[in-house]
Design a protein around this ligand. Structure first.
Ligand code: NI
Length: 193
């Protein structure tokens, strides 16, 4: 196990498309998952994608929001070769932050209801649905696999800035979502992804 260095915005590894994992049980993939787990626990974020630790594999890990009632009992999910499909056109704008953009935050429109599929570390296929903040985390993490960082998804850069400066800013104005019908709800949990 090792704590890995996290790439910051501007590093080319964050702009490249990651490659599908052929064999999730391969030792280098299992080692990567363990190291990503340790790295995420060390920095205290909510999710991490392999390109953020300089590895071009389609692997993300995240703590599923709202999975349990107890704050300390969050369950880590490992997702390999994930594919996201929006189930509704509805999107909403919410605050996001990212371990690759330390100290910054921005309001990002995301689909509110998605289905996602992928492989477990054991190589089993799985499928889940996600709503709200859970769906937001998935879209943020999977974007990393395609070289997309959250500012590239923003519709109004007035809502991008340093977290310390943005604190106390209200929710983004209505109509910022891609389809203009977001409810402006602020969902950020203050954890970086
Ligand atoms: Ni991120």
């Amino acid at each position: 196990m090792a704590i890995l260095k996290i790439a910051r915005m501007g590093h080319p590894v964050l702009q490249q498309k990651a490659e599908d994992v052929g064999d999730p049980s391969a030792p280098e993939i299992q080692r990567l998952i363990n190291d990503m787990n340790e790295t995420l626990d060390d920095v205290g974020g909510i999710g991490l994608a392999a390109p953020q630790v300089h590895e071009r594999h389609r692997v993300v890990i995240y703590y599923e929001p709202g999975r349990t009632d107890e704050e300390d009992a969050k369950e880590l999910t490992v997702l390999i070769n994930p594919i996201i499909e929006p189930l509704e056109d509805e999107a909403e704008v919410g605050w996001e932050s990212c371990l690759s953009l330390p100290g910054l935050t921005g309001a990002v429109p995301r689909y509110t209801h998605i289905r996602y599929t992928g492989l477990t570390p054991e190589g089993d296929a799985f499928e889940r649905e996600a709503h709200g903040f859970h769906a937001r985390v998935l879209q943020h993490e999977c974007d990393h696999l395609d070289g997309v960082l959250y500012p590239m998804r923003m519709s109004n850069m007035a809502y991008f800035g340093f977290t310390e400066e943005m604190r106390g800013r209200g929710a983004p104005a209505r109509g910022e979502g891609p389809d203009g019908d977001d409810d402006g709800e602020q969902e950020d949990e203050g954890e970086e992804q």
